[in-house]
Design a binder for this molecule. Structure first.
Ligand SMILES: [Zn+2]
Length: 294
């Protein structure tokens, strides 16, 4: 059996060869890794750049989106307010149109300083059916828009067993002038107490009536103590009528028979607030003009 033994001479070169080989491999491996690492690093940098660009893009896109959304909101608000404005204008135009067609005189106060023009004549007059007249021989007329309300009032009263007769309605300036002249001849200057100028103005409007009831001789005295007067006090406002000159008013003598149409809304407002038409503020009254025939 051959003894396994190696001499130093044999071993050392082998070791050197192996070491060189290993070193060579190491260098090779090292340089390869180094190259790979550099490549990787370059890719990382490139990716990082790309990422940076993408982030910027995203930020810009987000900014743009935010801006667009704000613009959209602003636009929506603008359109919304425009629509509202258009609706407001349409509504205002409607109200103004209605108001322009409504006779301003219908809710004016007639006093010692404010008279209805002597040439004023209601646009349309309706003959009151004779059955409602106290004196069937003297036909009476009323403002055509007021007649339906007056008719309802008379019917409503009849349902409560109150019969109302009409003693006076539309009176022209001329009629009134001769009427007053007649009173003046009989009563002298005292005629002003019950036939003063503001009284005829309301009759000249065509919206005012004098009621009476059977049993008091058609005269005016005593009307205030009739059930008809009581009924009117409680119900006339539902049909748009008010008592122009109540007891104790500062404008005229007490006229329990004299009722003026001012529209259901204003009449109800005055009734609810226990206010006399002549005591109410004219600006407040004017707010009801557009709805006078509603
Ligand atoms: Zn009267």
């Amino acid at each position: 059996m051959k003894k396994l033994s190696l001499t130093l001479k044999e071993v050392v070169p082998a070791i050197i060869i192996v070491a060189l080989a290993l070193t060579g491999y190491g260098f090779y491996k090292y340089s390869t890794l180094k190259d790979e690492n550099a490549t990787l690093q370059a890719r990382v940098v490139k990716l990082e750049d790309m990422l940076g660009i993408t982030e910027k893009d995203l930020a810009r896109t987000a900014g743009e989106k935010e801006g667009l959304s704000q613009e959209l909101t602003a636009e929506k608000e603008r359109v919304g307010s425009l629509v509202e404005e258009v609706q407001d204008i349409a509504g205002t135009v409607g109200v103004l149109d209605k108001l322009s067609k409504t006779d301003k005189e219908l809710l004016q106060k007639y006093s010692k300083v404010y008279f209805l023009n002597e040439h004023y004549v209601p646009p349309r007059l309706t003959a009151i059916p004779l059955t409602h007249l106290y004196n069937e021989g003297a036909p009476l007329q009323i403002h055509s828009n007021v007649w339906p309300y007056l008719e309802d009032l008379i019917t409503d009263a009849a349902d409560d067993d109150v019969t109302l007769w009409i003693n006076s309605a539309y009176r022209s300036f001329g009629t009134q002038a001769s009427l007053k002249a007649g009173y003046t001849i009989v009563y002298g200057t005292g005629a002003n107490a019950f036939s003063a100028d503001q009284g005829y103005s309301e009759h000249q409007l065509g919206t005012t009536v004098d009621f009476t009831t059977r049993g008091i001789g058609g005269g005016f005295d005593g009307f205030s103590s009739t059930p008809a007067y009581e009924w009117l006090l409680q119900n006339a406002h539902k049909h748009g009528f008010v008592l122009s000159y109540p007891k104790g008013n500062a404008y005229y003598v007490f006229e329990p028979w004299h009722w003026r149409f001012v529209g259901k809304k204003l009449a109800t407002y005055l009734y609810d607030n226990e206010q006399n038409f002549y005591d109410a503020d004219q600006r407040k009254i004017n707010e009801y003009l557009v709805n006078i025939f509603d």
